[in-house]
Design a protein. Structure first.
Length: 275
């Protein structure tokens, strides 16, 4: 039984058999995300479920089931876990509840130090490298898709995950998507390196290098912001030169000019543990 006119569920209703709604976390474009209580596990979980008003759209169903399948079949210490996938009453996935806060919330309170950013980047390199070796790109690396607790970073949300090659032009988040994502062509690991670089820059400065609403035209030119010279100069005054050079490389407009995930990992590891 749906209890609201926008077709989301009120607390106490079963979003899936055995999963009672505690609260609605997010009413998204494709899915509703709920904090739930699992009777079988006797703990809190998270359920992402296709919105009822979009349940007849094949592309929405396919995207949600793909994300659920990927999260259930791929396991990594820095990737959110999926416990179950359900097709009825609506396509859904049951995810672990993560402690801590999103990196976006943490950065809003206080900028990170270079050592913290290096450790964060190492963990993200670990999980991104794992995804890439499985043949998948995340394509939406950003602070709101990273949950941090006691120094442990967990990557969430594979709703935009795709194979290398071509993709839907413009798929991604303004301010974080790489120029090639705007074109929807030549997608590869460098697109995730871009997202990682933007995320680390934001962690250090509290701001995105190309602006909050930056996107790209068909030629890869920044719209509406220009090159992030001021923010990169700010970074160079605060961090070791190796890290500043690495970040500049990660957000190079040309994908071929960006370092590989392995190269990023190597530099960051040297900063965390010089031995």
């Amino acid at each position: 039984m749906r209890a609201r006119t926008e077709q989301t569920l009120d607390p106490g209703f079963a979003v899936l058999p055995g999963y009672d709604v505690v609260q609605l976390l997010h009413h998204g474009r494709r899915v509703d995300t709920y904090d739930v209580y699992s009777h079988e596990r006797d703990c809190r979980c998270v359920v992402k479920q296709v919105r009822p008003d979009r349940a007849d759209e094949p592309e929405v169903l396919q995207a949600v089931l793909l994300e659920a399948t990927l999260l259930q079949t791929m396991t990594h210490p820095h990737l959110v876990r999926c416990y179950e996938v359900a097709a009825e009453p609506l396509p859904s996935m049951v995810l672990e509840t993560l402690p801590g806060a999103t990196l976006a919330a943490l950065v809003e309170q206080q900028r990170l130090e270079a050592g913290d950013v290096a450790m964060l980047g190492l963990q993200l390199c670990s999980v991104l490298g794992y995804l890439h070796r499985q043949g998948w790109l995340h394509l939406d690396v950003k602070p709101s898709n990273i949950v941090v607790a006691s120094g442990q970073a967990t990557l969430i949300d594979l709703s935009l995950a795709g194979r290398p090659g071509s993709g839907r032009p413009g798929a991604g988040t303004r301010g974080y998507l790489a120029p090639e994502q705007a074109r929807g062509a030549d997608l590869g690991a460098p697109a995730d390196v871009w997202g990682l670089g933007v995320t680390m820059v934001e962690g250090l400065t509290g701001r995105l290098p190309f602006g909050d609403e930056a996107t790209w035209d068909g030629e890869g030119r920044a719209l509406p912001a220009g090159p992030p010279r001021r923010r990169l100069a700010q970074i160079r005054r605060r961090v070791p030169p190796e890290l500043a050079t690495l970040l500049e490389g990660c957000i190079a407009l040309d994908p071929a000019a960006r370092p590989s995930v392995a190269d990023v990992r190597s530099v960051l590891r040297g900063l965390v543990d010089p031995r």
